[in-house]
Write a protein that binds this ligand. Structure first.
Ligand code: PMP
Length: 367
């Protein structure tokens, strides 16, 4: 490997080495155009081929039904926190939306939606995000325009292991940190969105997959750049899209297809996360993961040393020694502290083994 570090970053995150090498090879002269992808017109036939192939490969990877449209937008996941209510709140006259808040990202989305309509919190507010209450206890509003949730809370490590049942109300999901890591029935969703910088590429492009009949209801105040109808009508080319980020995403999709598609990514996600959780669970409390077992993320594993509050000096030592061993970006989010081990698609089983071995050695040295 050209790069000796192992990158467990929560995002922007590791990309497959072969994707980077291909981008490097094509950098100065893409497909005999004499220019780089960055210098191609977004209306050129070469770029049209890139965006069309990228969409088709995504459709293949996720078995996206024909009545769903795919958009490549800007504004990140945060942009969609606004775009979703701006486009979908008026699906019902009450302009109310249900939000299942299980961590800081869904909390932020709910807060943003409150600017544009009424938000109903489906589960009671909690102090610590470590669990998902049983669906039987949820306060779903049958008159809601949509139900919103975050499939994987990147900071708290809360991941849904199932698709919530909404009895016909369109289900909207933020899959920014676990898209293409689990086989899914897309027809269960009204819309799916995901920023690219974790599992599917580099920052700058946000994927939206939306059911056709939900398009065309944007509030009059919706900025045109976020109007799904305008973007769909122009195949994501209403204005200049993030061309290079779309190209990199396309390379990642080709890589996933070559690896065996989503089933293979899912298998690896289970293998990698099980290795880490087994290490934590067999450490006799040296390492602690605060999450309930039923909602433990396969993508982001939050870990404390010296729980429940965490021994910050020991955690600092862990991060320093890890870095000396070329294991990088393991620090927990500043809002929760501790460690966070991110295991996106590009992180290999072998790399995870190296980390687990380091965790074991660190524990044996300091327990
Ligand atoms: N949703 C989730 C689940 C995220 O992890 C993030 C970013 N880490 C966001 C939304 C926000 O994405 P962005 O930074 O692209 O706005």
């Amino acid at each position: 490997a050209s790069n000796p570090v192992i990158n467990f970053s929560p995002g922007p995150a590791k990309l497959p080495e072969s994707v980077l090498e291909r981008a490097q090879k094509e950098m100065l002269n893409f497909n005999n155009t004499g220019v780089s992808v960055m210098e191609l017109s977004h209306r050129s036939s070469d770029f049209t081929r890139i965006i069309t192939t990228t969409e088709n490969n995504l459709r293949k990877l996720l078995n996206i039904p024909d009545n769903y449209r795919v958009l490549f937008l800007q504004g990140g996941g945060t942009g969609q926190f606004s775009a979703i209510p701006l486009n979908l709140l008026s699906l019902k006259p009450g302009q109310t939306a249900d939000y299942i808040v299980t961590g800081s990202w869904s909390a932020k989305a709910a807060q943003e939606a409150e600017k544009f309509g009424k938000v109903n919190l489906v589960i009671p507010k909690v102090k610590k995000y470590t669990d998902i209450p049983e669906p039987e206890t949820w306060n779903l509003n049958p008159e809601a325009s949509y139900v919103y949730y975050c499939a994987n809370e990147t900071i708290h490590g809360v991941e849904f292991q199932y698709i919530p049942e909404t009895n016909g109300v369109p289900l909207i999901v933020d899959m920014s940190s676990n898209i293409l890591t689990r086989q899914l029935d897309i027809s269960k969703f009204g819309a799916i969105f995901a920023g690219a910088q974790k599992n599917i590429g580099c920052a700058g492009v946000t994927l939206v997959i939306i059911r056709e009949d939900l398009i065309g209801k944007a509030l009059p105040i919706c900025p045109i750049i976020f109007d799904f109808k305008v973007q769909v009508g122009n195949n994501s080319l209403y204005n200049t899209p993030p061309t290079y980020s779309i190209y990199i995403m396309g390379l990642v999709f080709e890589w996933i297809l070559a690896q065996g598609g989503v089933p293979e990514m899912e298998k690896k996600a289970i293998t990698k996360s099980t290795m880490v959780y087994d290490m934590v669970d067999s450490s006799n409390g040296f390492y602690v993961c605060p999450l309930s077992k039923g909602c433990r993320s396969r993508m982001n594993v939050p870990v404390r040393i010296g729980a429940p509050e965490g021994d910050e000096a020991m955690e600092k030592k862990f991060l320093e020694e890890a870095e000396k061993n070329k294991l990088i970006s393991l620090k927990g989010h500043r809002s929760v502290g501790g460690l966070r081990i991110s295991l996106y698609n590009a992180v290999t089983v072998e790399e995870t083994q190296v980390l687990v071995k380091f965790m074991k050695e660190f524990m044996d040295r300091y327990r």
